[in-house]
Write a protein that binds this ligand. Structure first.
Ligand SMILES: Cc1cc2nc3c(=O)[nH]c(=O)nc-3n(C[C@H](O)[C@H](O)[C@H](O)COP(=O)(O)OP(=O)(O)OC[C@H]3O[C@@H](n4cnc5c(N)ncnc54)[C@H](O)[C@@H]3O)c2cc1C
Length: 456
């Protein structure tokens, strides 16, 4: 392998390749990262040459962005090569076309700052904005809190540049909104978790920022109120509803009791709570009117409307304070998708099943219900590997009959691949394998992530 590493150094320069002690120093304290080389290309041409060399040598490549992924997809084995996009940081904003063009290593936060400086806004936002890269967000088709209004990464890409496993560069960055000239190939790579190609450049649509916002926390009398309330808000807000975050009572209690908060914004005795946000100049007044009608109708039992930016931020901080769930001990976190009508009964059944199996367990449910995405966090005292597998079965197995998804946002990675067949038919699975085989015939890109394929 001496000549292989010389080849890599010839492509990215000596400082662009880490191995041996330098690599061990960088990976210290990260037992899940055991690579043989770490390579840092600076541009697409270098990515292409590195991949061509790996393809020729049969070396497994794991692309890494900001390492904020939640399904262990970037865990690496001792024989693998980490392809870090960290040096690929160029970005520019085109205010005529209203797009941001960026290399894959650009952080979401940097993209957001560049858009704001140009009077525009990146439509996708998530809590890991300070570390997540645009390339990683494309690879995982990341969502976030505003998907209900702006969509996921897929809905916001105007172009993509991808390097295939053998080094072929696919330039799909023409920025066109409409382009039905044959297959729209960029969609193959969005959400493919780095198994079909390496994202090197991203063209992201930018939006006009909302003229203002209204934020409110609502208490609901039960799950049956969720769908009519969502419909009412959508209709009355002319498409400006930008968040609909549902919290079941357990979650709300935990994030609004000491040491999290000393006084809950609304009483603790309601079955469900919803944090809603709209992006209009008169948002607060509009929400007041809509909620008065909803309370009269009985879909809302109580409500508090933020009267200032500070109050709005406090409501969001409460919703985002998932760290409070760890007060009970270690958690297993799930990120699933269901049709709205199935969600309430599913959560109740799941609570019952987990409670019967582990009477000391705790279950919290919350999520972006406007787009069918529920997060379930579970604490089971002294859960061992066999118990974890049993717990996974309780969460995932019912999704098959409901046609739900084992991953809404986070992907499959290494963590969920045993459960992928729950959400995909055998025919879909077979086509996925055909695509992988055809785009990466030697199986060098992220081997074993999403599903198993041989490394040839
Ligand atoms: C606090 C927190 C909040 C989060 N909130 C959300 C949320 O609301 N919604 C949501 O969807 N996700 C959320 N996530 C998950 C995470 O931020 C996303 O999965 C993110 O998109 C991954 O980007 P990354 O740069 O960190 O990629 P990494 O974690 O480095 O990689 C993730 C996957 O993408 C592949 N990859 C990385 N870069 C490339 C590339 N250039 N080309 C090809 N493949 C690549 C990797 O091989 C891996 O399979 C959250 C994570 C945290 C820690």
């Amino acid at each position: 392998m001496g000549s292989f590493v010389e080849t890599l150094r010839g492509i990215v320069g000596p400082a662009g390749v880490l191995e041996g002690d330098a690599l061990q120093a960088r990976l210290a304290g990260k037992p899940q990262q055991q690579a043989r080389w770490l390579v840092r290309p600076a541009d697409t041409a270098e990515v292409s040459q590195v991949l061509a060399a790996c393809h020729a040598a049969g070396v497994a490549v794991v692309p890494q962005g900001g390492l904020t992924g939640l399904v262990h997809a970037t865990d690496t084995r001792p024989d693998e090569l980490i392809l870090s996009l960290e040096r690929m940081q160029q970005l520019s904003v085109d205010t005529t076309q209203r797009v941001l063009v960026a290399q894959a290593g650009v952080l979401l936060e940097s993209a957001q700052a560049a858009a704001v400086a140009a009077g525009l806004m990146v439509p996708v936002d998530l809590g890991a904005r300070g570390s997540a890269t645009l390339g990683g967000m494309v690879a995982t088709n990341a969502g976030g809190n505003s998907v209900i209004r702006y969509g996921m990464m897929r809905e916001n890409l105007r172009g993509l540049e991808v390097v295939l496993a053998d080094g072929t560069v696919l330039d799909m960055t023409n920025q066109l909104v409409k382009n039905n000239s044959g297959y729209d190939l960029k969609h193959l790579f969005i959400g493919s978790e780095g198994t079909l190609g390496v994202v090197t450049r991203v063209v992201l649509r930018l939006c006009e920022p909302p003229a203002g916002r209204g934020t409110a926390l609502l208490a609901l009398p039960g799950f049956d109120a969720v769908a009519p309330l969502l419909r009412r808000l959508d209709q009355a807000l002319d498409g400006t509803l930008s968040a609909f975050e549902v919290m079941w009572q357990d979650f709300y209690r935990t994030v609004t009791t000491p040491p999290a908060l000393t006084r809950p914004p609304l009483a603790h005795d309601h079955p469900l709570y919803v944090l809603v946000e709209c992006g209009t100049a008169d948002g607060t007044e509009r929400l007041c009117e809509i909620l008065a009608a909803a309370m009269e109708e009985g879909t809302v039992a109580d409500a508090t409307i933020a009267q200032s930016e500070r109050e709005a931020k406090a409501l969001w901080a409460m919703r985002d304070d998932v760290a409070q769930l760890r007060r009970s001990g270690p958690l297993v976190a799930y990120d699933i998708s269901l049709r709205l009508a199935d969600t309430g009964p599913y959560i109740e059944d799941l609570r019952g099943a987990i409670g019967r199996r582990w009477p000391g367990a705790r279950v919290w449910a919350f999520g972006h219900l406007g787009d069918g995405n529920v997060h379930v966090a579970v604490h089971v005292p002294q859960l061992d590997a066999a118990g974890r597998s049993e717990l996974d079965g309780l969460v995932y197995t019912p999704l098959q009959a409901l046609r739900g998804a084992v991953s809404a946002e986070h992907g499959i990675g290494l963590e969920k691949k045993a459960w992928l067949a729950i959400s995909r038919t055998p025919a879909e699975f077979a086509l996925m394998r055909t695509l992988k085989q055809s785009l990466d015939p030697r199986g060098v890109l992220n081997p074993g992530r999403v599903f198993d394929t041989p490394l040839i």
